[in-house]
Design a protein around this ligand. Structure first.
Ligand code: ADE
Ligand code: ZN
Length: 346
């Protein structure tokens, strides 16, 4: 890892914004801005229980994960047609391009849509077309990761997988999201084993609100390649050692953790502790329309609050490429571009 010379801290926000990076933890339904929710509600004749964009935005005051999920699933109810899914992903990818994101791996929650009668084809084709166009028109590579909702049963996850398999070439992996506490990873051991046999990449949310034990079982029973969030791991020294030794990436989302009250303020966030512990931490936005910021906002606010350095910035950006599921040659090209940006800043 090259040593990055420290420089005047007033140049750090510029560097954070312009450095090339990957985003590995973004729920595409969490990028639905209130304006787009209202536009889609009108286009599709869907009633939403808010009178205006402002009223909806003012409901975004959360006390924990579940209080957010209730509003997040209600917001997604305006998505009905393939074009709606395309428009949502397109809007996110345009914002990501502005943040100098070169590669994005997008989570989507098909069960939120199929439960309302929207077909798997509608969901995946719309999102996938946006990913293809982003490569051609914005120069961003983007890929899809299908998430199972952990508050539902494993049987329902199996049914969802079966519905998605005709589109196997349009998603690269599976994840596990929704309410964590009370829905441990082991509930999904069989469906993850099947996904593994199919050659899908595996990730899971663990240690967001849930205990370190959930991170252990995500690793040992689900055999995931990355942990989403994982911030509770710092409560367990043996787990920290395991994550560092096996170079298991964590996709950390500071503004999400702040808005869902996982930490009382950004200054108390443990990102520095994770990095200093030798973990492959990355920085991500989670649900940017709900948590007050896309990726660059996560970088600038977190660095301002915690005093992280230009060396940390390099490590986080490099980790984002190393932890991604892109092929090695593309990884190397992206890291070369990162190195060029840092050399130009020295
Ligand atoms: N779905 C969308 N955002 C989520 C989060 N932060 N945790 C769990 N499930 C989610
Ligand atoms: Zn998430």
């Amino acid at each position: 890892m090259p040593q990055v010379r420290p420089f005047a801290t007033d140049r750090l926000p510029d560097l954070l914004r312009c450095m090339p990076k990957a985003e590995l933890h973004i729920h595409i339904e969490g990028s639905l801005e209130p304006e787009l929710i209202f536009a889609l509600a009108q286009r599709n004749g869907v009633q939403i229980p808010y009178a205006s964009v402002e009223e909806l935005r003012s409901a975004y005051a959360f006390s924990n994960l579940q209080s957010f999920l209730d509003i997040y699933y209600a917001g997604a109810s305006v998505l009905l047609k393939e074009q709606d899914f395309y428009d949502m992903a397109r809007a996110y990818l345009l914002k990501a391009a502005q943040d100098n994101v070169l590669h994005a791996e997008l989570f989507f929650d098909p069960q939120t849509h199929t439960a309302r009668g929207v077909s798997m084809a509608t969901v995946i084709n719309g999102l996938h077309r946006a990913c293809v166009d982003a490569k051609a028109e914005l120069g961003i590579s983007a890929a899809l990761i299908l998430c199972f909702l952990r508050h539902l049963s494993e049987e329902e996850a199996f049914e969802t997988l079966e519905q998605a398999l005709p589109f196997r070439d349009k998603f690269i992996g599976v994840g596990l999201d929704s309410g964590e506490v009370g829905n441990p990873p082991e509930k999904f051991a069989r469906v993850f084993a099947r996904c593994r046999a199919l050659g899908l990449h595996l990730v899971a949310h663990a240690g967001e609100e849930g205990p370190p034990a959930y991170v252990w079982t995500a690793l040992d029973l689900l055999k995931v390649e990355r942990i989403d969030h994982g911030v509770q791991s710092s409560k367990d020294a043996a787990l920290m050692q395991r994550l560092a030794q096996d170079r298991i990436p964590l996709t950390v989302c500071p503004l999400s953790n702040l808005k869902l009250c996982v930490f009382p303020d950004l200054a108390s966030h443990n990102l520095r502790q994770l990095l200093d512990g030798g973990l492959v931490a990355t920085l991500n936005s989670d649900d940017p329309a709900y948590f007050g910021g896309y990726l660059n906002e996560n970088f600038t606010q977190t660095f301002a609050a915690t005093g992280l350095s230009s060396q940390h910035a390099y490590t986080l950006a490099r980790n984002s490429f190393e932890a991604s599921f892109i092929e090695d040659a593309a990884k190397r090209r992206y890291i070369d571009r990162l190195n060029e940006t840092f050399e130009a800043f020295q």
